[in-house]
Design a protein around this ligand. Structure first.
Ligand code: SR1
Ligand code: MG
Length: 407
């Protein structure tokens, strides 16, 4: 097989792992390969030896956005970013990301642990499943990856070397456009339920909102606080009842910590809004929503507790130890997280790449009610983020804005 870049076929994925990871499968194993990618950007092959049940994943970047086609070209460097970020995250939070077995910059691919015994968290949330360890695992993931890749822990020289390593202009541009710009005007990429056009047009005309989103966009573009995952929605998290794995860090770059925390919160709140349409029984809906908001609170509170502990144990710079600085830092982080969560909620209703939580709701009238809720919550999170002092202020806002239409 030529080492020059070309998208692999299922058969080539088998040949590849046989030749590059000769010890992984028995030489005479009969291997099955299937392309299972259902994301927006890449090819994902699962290679399986059915007799031993041993398997792995070959993830290969395409030179364009799969969700749009060849008219949206992308460089392949995101495959390098993903495998390097996975290795760093794996060292900082062992077991919380798939193990990397091999990477190949020429073919823009990473061979990694198969987590197919887990399901995508988004699917679990749509089915109203509860995950008792999710909040704790995500709090740990966020606290350790964000703290240990920031200037709070690394020397200024180390941080700057990392910033250079993770320059990721193309995926940043995707977020800049899709999360912070396109939802706020009549962009060609937008795609939304026609029944919410008036609500969307109100957002386009809201100057105060546009101003605040612009502030958040600037923060996304200029605040290199830590190595962020960059796309930490519930489609980038895989779960079982006991375990949690964070996948897909191809959007990783040095950005604001609140972008990752906000992404997770946004997706819990999108799920909250979606159950307006997904769950008919009002008691079940109420009870599941309670769990979602409790999870959001536990993620933040668990994160903060760990982050403070790491701060006390590891921060060396005397300036970072100035009285009250730590608490001020955490407050800015909470308010950033609220703002980024708001932007992300609006984009998933108005823009390209919607979320299945809302997209699967039928009929359109019922979907519209859930989408309006998501928009209201998103708008208010952006506008009122400066008033948030504790995570409970954020969940109270979600409850209040959700109440307009829930039973
Ligand atoms: C063109 S890529 C669309 C979206 O998919 C990824 O998961 C990111 O969220 C991106 O914005
Ligand atoms: Mg992804």
């Amino acid at each position: 097989m030529p080492a020059v870049y070309h998208p692999l076929t299922e058969e080539e994925a088998v040949q590849y792992v046989r030749s590059r990871l000769p010890g992984f499968f028995f030489p005479d194993a009969q291997l099955f390969s299937r392309e299972i990618g259902d994301g927006n950007l890449n090819l994902v092959f699962r290679v399986l030896d059915a007799s031993t049940k041993r398997s792995l994943i070959v993830k290969q970047a395409l030179p364009y956005a799969r969700v749009v086609g060849e008219s949206w070209p992308l460089t392949l460097d995101r495959a390098r970013i993903e495998s390097e970020a996975l290795k760093i995250e794996g060292e900082l939070v062992p077991g919380r990301v798939p193990r990397v077995y091999h990477d190949d910059p020429e073919l823009a691919l990473t061979v990694m642990e198969d987590c197919s015994d887990h399901i995508i968290l988004r699917k679990g949330l749509i089915a109203r499943k509860r995950y008792p360890h999710l909040a704790e695992h995500m709090a740990e993931f966020l606290a350790r990856t964000l703290f240990f890749t920031s200037d709070l822990y690394l020397s200024p020289e180390e941080t700057k070397a990392r910033v250079r390593q993770f320059i990721n202009p193309e995926t940043c541009k995707i977020a800049e456009d899709l999360a912070f710009s396109h939802p706020h005007y009549d962009a060609d990429t937008n795609s939304f339920n026609p029944l919410i056009r008036r609500d969307v047009e109100a957002i386009w005309k809201d100057d105060a909102l546009r101003r605040e989103v612009a502030v958040l966009k600037e923060r996304f573009m200029t605040c290199g606080q830590a190595l962020v995952h960059g796309d930490l929605h519930t489609g980038s998290i895989m779960v079982t009842e006991q375990d949690t794995k964070v996948i897909d860090p191809e959007f990783a770059y040095y950005g604001p910590m609140g972008f990752d925390i906000g992404a997770l919160l946004a997706n819990l709140f999108l799920s909250y809004a979606s159950h307006e349409g997904l769950t008919e029984d009002p008691d079940e809906r109420r009870s599941y929503r309670r769990w979602l908001l409790q999870t959001a609170e536990d993620v933040w509170n668990g994160f903060l507790e760990r982050f403070y502990r790491l701060w006390d144990e590891h921060v060396k710079d005397a300036m970072w130890s100035a009285p009250g600085y730590r608490e001020g830092y955490a407050l800015r982080l909470l308010q950033d997280s609220a703002g980024f969560a708001g932007c992300k909620m609006m984009r998933r209703v108005i823009g390209l790449a919607p979320v299945a939580d809302l997209e699967t709701i039928e009929p359109l009238e019922v979907r519209a009610a859930a989408e309006r809720q998501a928009l209201r919550i998103g708008v208010q999170l952006v506008l009122r983020r400066g008033q948030m002092r504790r995570i409970e202020d954020i969940t109270a806002l979600v409850r209040r804005e959700g109440e307009g239409e829930c039973g």
